[in-house]
Structures are given as C-alpha cells and as structure tokens.
Design a protein. Sequence first.
Length: 307
Amino acid sequence: MTASTDSVATTAHRMASRALDWLAQHHQLGALNMESTVDMPKPDETYKPLGETALAASLMLREGVAGPGEAQTAQRLLDFAWEELREGDLLYARQLRHPMLSDPLELYAHFARAGYRHRKLDELLRHLLRLRSPRVSEVLPNRQLAVANAARVVGLDDQRDWAALTDFTWLGATPEPWSMDWMAAYNVTHTVFHLTDWGGDRDGLPPRIQEYLATWLPAWVETWREVGQWDLIGELLLTDNCLPEPVCGVENWERLAAVQHEDGMLPRDDEPLPDDPAEVYRAHHHPTVVAAAAGTIALSRALGAAA
C-alpha cells in the first residue's frame, strides 16, 4: 500500500464510520408515521431516506471492510428500516397499488443486496417486469438505469438494453465538460452508480466513459468544492472509486473530511444549520449517507489495491 493509498484508506474509513454512527444515533428521526399508507403523500421525507440508509448499510456489508462493531451497526440499521417497511409488506402493497412506480423495486434492491426477501413482492415484480409498460415509462435515461440495476440486484431480468440506455444519458454523450451544471453532475454520478452497482462492478462502465471521467472528474471536484457543495463532492468521489483506477487525490478526501462534523454528520453545503434536530436530519441525512457509502467503497478499493 502506497502512502497515498494508505492516507485515503485512513480518511475514508474514519469518514464512513463516523457517518454510520450518526445515522444510527438519529435513526428514529427516519421512522415512518404510524399512519403511513401505500400512497405516501411525501415520500421524500421518510420513505426515501429509509432506502438511502439501507443503501449505505448494505454496501458496508457487501464490501466486507467494516469492523465487527460497524457491521453490527449496519445490520441494525437494515433491520430497523425493514421493520419500518413492515418487513416488505409496505413495498408490496405500494407496488400492487401503483404498478408504474419504480421506487418499491429500487428500495427493495438495497435490502435484497443484504439478504432480505419478500416472496409476494418477488412474484409481483417478476410479473410486472415482463410487461411492456415499465420499459416505456417516460423518465430520464439514468432513471431507467436505476430500475435496471435494481432488477439486477434483486435477481430479475427486465430485458432492458443497457448500452442504449447509457448512450441516451448526459454522460453517455460525453459532452463538453464545461457544460455541466448542478443537475447534470448528479445525473452523471447516478449513471455511474447504476452501471456499476455502486462500485461493485467497475467493468460496467464502457471504456470511453472511463476515459472521459478520468480526464474531467478532478476538474469537476475542484469546481464544486469551491462553492461548498459537499453532498455533490461526496458523490463525485464515490464516482471516482467506481473507475478502474481512481484519479482524485487524497487531498480531496481530506477536504471533505474537514467539513464533516465530529458527530459524523456531513453537511449538504456551506449554509448554516437549522436549530431543529429534525430539520437537520431532513437536510443532511442524504450527504451523510453519501459519506458512509463513498468512504466504504474508497476503503474497499484501497485495501484491494494493497492486497
């Protein structure tokens, strides 16, 4: 292990561990309302964050780089989120009521990655993915990739043309790098996450996209760092670790670690924090999930490089 790789491993591990602790300490703020129904009038407030917590925890278990205490914490977070979703019954009922929605499948994938299964939901998804309707939903191409990857993780074949979907994304067109805006940046990161299953399959990125990202990621990281977009910086560093060889130096990890709070929370940006803990959770849960996921994948890459 080189000195640079060792520094990334140390910084990434500390960031991921602290972020996981924060998610565990505040997990009750992510509990669903007891009256939550399959219609979920405000799914982004609690329902979606449960899935994001499950994502971070499932990646930590998948990569196998967590210490015993961290692995237990990740498992407890998954158990909590699964119980909040009524052990999958809520996902099943929502998918049955709204067959055109993809979020039940996408959330379920994070639990399936960690070994949680729901037989009736499996059967329903298998049926729905044989229909034409899900494949012609009018959503962004990177969102189509999200569904394709979720189906892959769950073990279902949704018969999508991955190459065609990739070509239709912003990243797939390898546009002028200076034309990237805030939304395009998030679309880029998620295109990479879905093609590689969050860093689990780096061969999922076509070579031309690998080369494009290797050239421009450092410049994009610097650009968004200058304006304090820490959530996006975390996603870009996670993207970097989905490449065959990461290209962003340890200094970028150190800069991100420097803004992480002592309790593990990673702020979304440079805006002042609200006083209400519930508001802090809603505003900064996602970047803290990103810190846990990015740190986990970077640590795994660094340890793998040293093996």
